[in-house]
Design a protein around this ligand. Sequence first.
Ligand code: HAH
Length: 331
Amino acid sequence: MLNLSLAKTYKDYFKIGAAVTAKDLEGVHRDILLKHFNSLTPENAMKFENIHPEEQRYNFEEVARIKEFAIKNDMKLRGHTFVWHNQTPGWVFLDKNGEEASKELVIERLREHIKTLCERYKDVVYAWDVVNEAVEDKTEKLLRESNWRKIIGDDYIKIAFEIAREYAGDAKLFYNDYNNEMPYKLEKTYKVLKELLERGTPIDGIGIQAHWNIWDKNLVSNLKKAIEVYASLGLEIHITELDISVFEFEDKRTDLFEPTPEMLELQAKVYEDVFAVFREYKDVITSVTLWGISDRHTWKDNFPVKGRKDWPLLFDVNGKPKEALYRILRF
Ligand code: HAH
């Protein structure tokens, strides 16, 4: 049991990925990656503000290390992400006088950015998150407000996919979002994607981020329904950012210094249940990525509650397998 590899166990199902920083390629995390994973997503290094901080300057260093590690160890990369309302530098939307840039200029910059990254990572990236989190989730509106949308107009999604298709070679193009298995957002996302597809937008798949928690009683039924709805549009499905928080999203408690045994048991059960669903839908799900490696560090530390640690992953703070890992290796 201890010797089983996640990636090998799932080799006839889907890729098994992890979000990584360059630092994760060393030490305990390196060992875990080599044993259990065959796909990597740079957690931050490909985001616009990191890789292209100024118009005339790209910063390829961190991705270079991740790419080298991937190629050496027979892994592939998921590219994350071109168009997003967050972590995009201000210069993209400003002209040389510091005024709001024109639509034409923003599109031209986006094209240059996408072309550069696609050409550079053609040999290793199998899928790109072309647009991240465009669907509005607070109000009744369909699309989220963002600089991209404000300047380019509602067609910015279609335009981004068309540009990506020109340069991405064999890589698949994904629309990625969170909560898109929940009924309120599933409905909106379906509408947006259906319309885009009807207008010929080259979208290959949908990324279900899967930032879940151990308390959601409707998760499995919502998830199955969402997979079926997206598959009915002919889309491939990637689970792109899986982690299972021990806190309900609204829960603000800060008194815990380690997860309780009850939490770990519930977490193991949720991992077991969602992986059973992933296996059931292996014909449409082609990749499952965890948003991190071990509980040593995760974006859920301090989010959404500052100063609070979370333990959402398959390995504990020391890199030891959690019960959740055993449950998804044994089926
Ligand atoms: C994701 N947003 C991003 O896609 C990823 O790039 C980042 O590293 C972490 C999470 C998720 C998100 C959420 O679940 C709730 C509110 C805002 C953003």
